[in-house]
Design a protein around this ligand. Structure first.
Ligand code: HPA
Ligand code: ZN
Length: 344
């Protein structure tokens, strides 16, 4: 089995991490105090405790409420990127952000703050940050529509697409069909959380009705042969999350994880950290969990890290540069790159 410290040094990219979910408890408490916002507790050991997805999302929204100004966003974006670069050699990350959970901060100001943080982290730590504004599916289609219009009106290269998150049981994909059609027409890439705790049908609908090119989570697919066959034929990539999957499916952990079954079924997938400090993880730990269950060698882990770049929403020049860098560095770690054939 590969040593965790070696896995941490492997260059990595990730496609599924929530900016507001990447705030350490101590930082959330500091921001809440600074901004006069109420949290359920000011004890850092207690804040990130929850039993299920609805409870988790209540805490997540309280943390969102604590992030108030553009400067707050710059601070948390910088720290999230720097932490992952330092701890686990993260080199590229697409981050979700929920602008409608910050209704008092106009989207252009929120965006300016996040971009300041992402750009500074790239300069200081060599990690590229891209942004995916995510629709809170528990809110109305009209709120989502206004968000997508703001994203289109304030288009910047770093904003690569749109997402859909929060409780998948409470907001079916069809509710956002018009909003996704508008995003698609404007040239935005599209992903959606689906089948995290809701049924596989939501994965199929996200592909068919929303035109999603990626699916976040999607674990329910493994219990539905029709939806699985559809997903396989569609070629969509599944951005899975090792720890949050185990958290919300405690009866299926380790080798019994739906992620192991999804890979065995042939679905293209990546391993991601979702809301790292909220679940006591980071991208290094996610790779270690997956590597242990999958029985990866260092070559296997490198292959997994490289295939993430195939599904990244970057231009091909940048993709090739990252592939070259990943290969060079991983060879220095002791992996062979001979039989790899990725993004050429
Ligand atoms: N699931 C759904 N919505 C979310 C999550 C998650 O893990 N994190 C932040 N929003
Ligand atoms: Zn998520």
């Amino acid at each position: 089995m590969i040593d965790e410290s070696l896995l941490r040094r492997l260059p990595k990219a990730e496609l599924h991490c929530h900016l507001e979910g990447a705030v350490p408890a101590e930082t959330a408490i500091m921001l809440a105090r600074r901004n006069g916002v109420r949290l359920p507790t000011y004890d850092a050991q207690q804040l990130y405790r929850f039993a299920d997805l609805p409870q988790f999302l209540t805490v997540y929204r309280a943390v969102c409420a604590s992030i108030v100004t553009a400067a707050d966003f710059a601070e948390v974006a910088y720290a999230a990127q720097a932490d992952a670069a330092i701890a686990a050699n993260l080199r590229y990350r697409e981050l979700f952000v929920n602008p409608t959970n910050h209704p008092d901060l106009p989207y252009p100001r929120l965006l300016a703050g996040v971009l300041d943080g992402l750009r500074a982290a790239q300069v200081d730590h060599g990690v590229i940050g891209r942004l995916i504004p995510a629709i809170n599916r528990e809110q109305s289609a009209s709120v989502a529509g206004d968000l997508v219009e703001a994203v289109i009106a304030h288009r910047v290269d770093e904003v690569v697409g749109i997402g859909l998150d929060h409780n998948d049981v409470l907001g079916p994909p069809v509710k956002f069909a018009g909003v996704y059609a508008r995003a698609r027409a404007a040239g935005l890439r599209r992903t959606a959380h689906a089948g995290e705790i809701a049924q596989a049908r939501q994965v199929t609908e996200s592909i068919e009705v929303l035109g999603c090119e990626r699916i976040d989570h999607g674990y329910a697919i493994i219990d539905d042969p029709v939806a699985l066959a559809h997903a396989l034929a569609s070629g969509v990539h599944f951005a899975t999350c090792w720890s949050t999957c185990a958290w919300f499916h405690p009866d299926r952990i380790g080798v019994a994880s739906p992620i192991v079954a999804m890979a065995a079924a042939g679905l293209p997938l990546s391993i991601n950290s979702d809301d790292p400090p909220m679940f006591g993880t980071d991208i290094g730990r996610e790779y270690h969990g997956a590597a242990t269950a999958f029985g990866w060698t260092l070559d296997d882990a490198q292959r997994a890290a490289l295939t993430v770049l195939d599904a990244a929403w970057i231009d091909d020049t940048e993709r090739r540069q990252l592939v070259d860098e990943f290969r060079r560095e991983t060879t220095d770690l002791g992996a062979s790159t001979a039989e790899l054939d990725i993004a050429e």
